[in-house]
Design a binder for this molecule. Structure first.
Ligand SMILES: N[C@@H](CCC(=O)N[C@@H](CS)C(=O)NCC(=O)O)C(=O)O
Length: 101
């Protein structure tokens, strides 16, 4: 899998940190937003919203939004578990982080 990001961005760093915590093999592709690399035709084909982080799977399908990426990568690991309450608490913090932080 490939992850497009900028290590100085908090949204991207969250994803990078998770790949380290649960040892996910991936190719990190550094994207320079100041050089408008998120606005090229080829990047917009992968994420029409033109933002990083972006996860690209082996079959070419893509997931954007940092918290969606975190859920995808952490699913079936102890970090997510299968408790409804824990799952809702994770979402609670992630929505708080996106909208209020
Ligand atoms: N809600 C999104 C926010 C993503 C976002 O704003 N990414 C910024 C970098 S932190 C970006 O790609 N900016 C480039 C642009 O807006 O052109 C997420 O959590 O992934």
């Amino acid at each position: 899998m490939k992850i497009y990001g900028d290590i100085q961005s908090g949204n991207c760093y969250k994803v990078k940190l998770l790949t380290s915590l649960i040892d996910i093999e991936h190719e990190w592709i550094e994207v320079d937003i100041l050089a408008n690399e998120t606005q090229t035709d080829s990047f917009l084909t992968k994420n029409p919203n033109g933002k990083i982080p972006l996860l690209e799977l082996e079959d070419g399908s893509c997931i954007s939004e940092s918290n969606a990426i975190l859920h995808y990568l952490a699913s079936n690991t102890a970090l997510i578990g299968n408790s409804r309450f824990t799952s809702a608490k994770i979402l609670q913090w992630q929505f708080f982080e996106q909208y209020s932080h």
